[in-house]
Design a protein around this ligand. Structure first.
Ligand code: HEM
Ligand code: HEM
Length: 242
């Protein structure tokens, strides 16, 4: 394996050993928080400790950072690996600078979202963080699987990241709203996020199987050249004319 192969494995590795276990813990606390709230609301004494809500939010805040971080890593790897390969830096230096700037600006916006106290600033920084991810995702180097968007690792990942950013932005609203409308919105959206995370596990593993390591690349390309008679032929996630 060469350096590029190790970089390719970095994103799935972090997803498997950090992000997915964190999702498990956050969901476990979410379930306990709900159980406790329903038990106490019906007048019963709950055996679940009151700290579960705080733990859910504490780790939820980590989860937002982890999901945005891993999305950025996936996008940055796709973009920079192909930019270096096709010497985009010398051909389109302005776009290269723009991509680097967007990576930094997205991280900065997320940092300020964590710090923001008023609803207006939370809205602004949540929008900026989301826009940063979308603008990076619009780069031609990113394989979005647009023709099969319903099983696309890119679209699932971006949507899940948006939902995590939204969750972080509405934390105060969940606590303030006595009618629990924000709480209900949060539950519905994050159940969708949970399904998307399961989708990420499936589509990510598929993509990992589709992208060959550098020493396998020439053999896989040959095989596709020999076998592929559908147009456009999909080679390593890149549509290639026959
Ligand atoms: C997969 C991800 C998540 C799921 C499935 C989830 C689900 C839930 C559920 C079921 C509840 C309990 C609602 C109730 O009391 O009936 C809850 C509460 C809450 N969640 Fe999440 N959540 C997720 C991620 C997050 C994230 C990322 C944040 C913020 C950074 C967050 C912030 C909150 C807050 C502030 C509450 C209220 C806690 C309390 O009452 O003490 N959640 N969530
Ligand atoms: C929360 C979980 C995850 C999120 C939010 C996420 C997000 C992303 C995003 C946005 C991209 C860039 C777009 C693309 O090329 O499709 C990407 C690429 C990728 N992801 Fe994930 N991912 C997650 C989990 C996983 C897992 C579990 C695996 C594998 C086991 C995986 C494997 C890959 C691979 C192989 C790529 C392609 C890199 C390339 O194009 O060069 N991802 N991911």
């Amino acid at each position: 394996m060469i350096a590029k192969d190790y970089f390719l494995l970095l994103h799935p590795m972090i997803a498997v050993f950090f992000v997915f276990p964190l999702i498990g813990i956050v969901v476990n606390f979410a379930w306990s928080t709900r159980q406790r709230r329903l038990q106490t609301a019906s007048g019963n004494k709950s055996k679940i400790p009151p700290v579960v809500g705080q733990e859910h939010v504490h780790l939820g805040r980590w989860l937002t950072g982890a999901v945005v971080g891993i999305t950025l890593l996936g996008l940055a790897f796709s973009i920079f690996a192909k930019m270096l390969e096709k010497q985009v830096i010398s051909q389109e230096p302005l776009r290269f600078v723009f991509v680097v700037f967007m990576c930094i600006a997205t991280v900065a916006s997320l940092y300020f979202l964590y710090q923001a106290k008023t609803p207006i600033w939370r809205g602004i920084f949540a929008t900026l963080t989301g826009m940063g991810l979308i603008l990076l995702g619009c780069q031609p180097e990113v394989y979005r699987r647009g023709n099969e968007w319903f099983i696309s690792h890119y679209y699932y990942g971006i949507t899940a990241a948006m939902l995590m950013i939204f969750s972080l932005a509405i934390v105060q609203d969940i606590y303030k709203d006595r009618q629990n409308r924000w709480r209900t919105v949060h539950i519905i959206l994050n159940c969708v996020a949970l399904l998307l995370f399961i989708g990420q596990g499936m589509t990510g593993t598929r993509d990992l199987l589709e992208i060959p390591l550098s020493w396998q690349e020439q053999y896989v390309n040959k095989l596709y050249e020999l076998q592929c008679d559908i147009k456009p032929c999909i080679i390593q996630g890149t549509p290639q004319p026959k």
